[in-house]
Design a protein around this ligand. Structure first.
Ligand SMILES: NC(=O)c1ccc[n+]([C@@H]2O[C@H](COP(=O)([O-])OP(=O)(O)OC[C@H]3O[C@@H](n4cnc5c(N)ncnc54)[C@H](OP(=O)(O)O)[C@@H]3O)[C@@H](O)[C@H]2O)c1
Length: 358
């Protein structure tokens, strides 16, 4: 049996308010972001800022970006830039966002927004004080499918949520210089992949607290495998992330009257299946050609729409929700004993073993 589903409510990719964007840190995701924004939106990318003038110029040449700066300070001072997209490694997000905010620019910051709750709160406060908009570019939240799932959950279509689960992992060869494994750059699977799984669990179940952690510290001192259990009122969450093994890219939320299962990979554009107790099966599949990393375009138009409406925080992905997720990740990293983690909640860090806490 099939029945209709709500219509997506994501901001339109074309035809909305247009901003002039500057991109900071032209690396891996920077290329994909520019390609997605250029191909699928009418947003303007007018400037790029790098630590190196040569790299900025080369990126600008490759993507036909009008202005290139060999210093972030120069980019954020550009009066022709309305909003800055921060695409540096995690450890640099807070510093770069604060620099852009100090220059009066709106900011869209790659996931994870920052590496600690304290930093996230500092960026949020600075943005509020400066009267500029700040948002984490957690693209999964802004996908059409997510807006439909949000509506279904709010309408109680699966009853009271009872349990949510998400996993994201790949077998990634250790490279000491890669940001993924470098403690100084916020390395470790939790901040890179666990941010998606913990976001999904929080999105479907609401704010939660960390209940238990199992994890493993790899040879560079950061966690390469982590399983988190969380408590959300009466509901439970399980979130798994790994650099040690590929995990099925699966996510679901189950409630008292049904469940929603997201088509893998759950973080990218795709579809989902809703099954309810009365035997109703409802399937949603993204009809657009905006698939894979092209979905990076969605948070950009959402940010532009919110900025145009005079908002300072995204209602569908507020910084308080971002802090909830960061708080869980921060505590989990500390409990596992990851190098570079800040909170020390007691319990010995043991770099070679799996730690469990109730
Ligand atoms: N949404 C997604 O699907 C997605 C996917 C991948 C990554 N990301 C996020 O995007 C961010 C960047 O990831 P990435 O894979 O693009 O990283 P990356 O290629 O390793 O680094 C991006 C750029 O950051 C700049 N940078 C600034 N400070 C740096 C420092 N201290 N060390 C190294 N580089 C520095 C570098 O450019 P210059 O030296 O030219 O300044 C570098 O090219 C991460 O926070 C990640 O979580 C998101």
């Amino acid at each position: 049996v099939t029945a209709s589903l709500p219509t997506p409510t994501n901001a339109p990719l074309l035809g909305g308010p247009v901003l002039r964007w500057g991109i900071v840190a032209p690396g891996g995701i920077g290329h994909d972001w520019v390609a997605a924004v250029r191909e699928h939106t009418d947003q303007q990318i007018v400037a790029v800022g790098s630590r190196s003038a040569e790299r900025a110029a080369e990126f600008a040449r490759q993507h036909a970006i009008p202005r290139a700066y060999g210093a972030v300070a120069a980019l954020v001072e550009d009066p022709g830039v309305d909003a800055v997209y921060v695409a540096a490694p995690h450890s640099e997000h807070a510093r770069l966002a604060l620099a852009a905010i100090a220059a009066g620019k709106h900011v869209l910051v790659e996931k994870p927004f920052t590496t600690t709750v304290a930093d996230a709160r500092a960026v949020a406060a600075a943005a509020r004080d400066a009267g500029v908009f700040a948002m984490e570019a957690m693209w999964s939240r802004f996908l059409p499918q997510t807006t439909v799932i949000d509506r279904l959950l709010r309408d109680g279509e699966i009853g009271e949520p009872v349990h949510a689960c998400a996993q994201f992992g790949g077998a990634i060869p250790v490279e000491r210089t890669s940001r993924l494994f470098d403690p100084a750059l916020g390395g470790g699977c939790l901040l890179d992949l666990g941010v998606y799984t913990s976001w999904f669990v929080r999105f479907t179940l609401g704010p939660g607290e960390l209940a238990g952690v199992l994890g493993h510290i790899g040879e560079t001192g950061v966690e390469d495998h982590a399983v988190l259990t969380t408590r959300h009122g009466g509901a439970t969450g399980v979130s798994a992330s790994s650099f040690a093994a590929e995990l099925p890219s699966h996510a679901f939320v189950s409630g008292t009257r049904g469940r929603i299962e997201i088509e893998p990979p759950f973080w990218a554009p795709g579809g989902f299946l809703m099954t309810t107790r009365d035997g109703m099966l409802r399937e949603w599949s993204d009809p657009s050609a905006v698939l894979g990393r092209a979905g990076l375009a969605y948070p950009v138009v959402a940010a532009a729409a919110h900025i145009d409406a005079g908002l300072l925080d995204a209602p569908e992905h507020p910084l308080d929700a971002v802090c909830d997720v960061l708080g869980v990740l921060e505590q989990a990293r500390a409990r596992i004993g990851a190098e570079g983690s800040t909170t020390q909640p007691g319990g010995d860090a043991n770099p070679d073993s799996v730690e469990e806490s109730a």
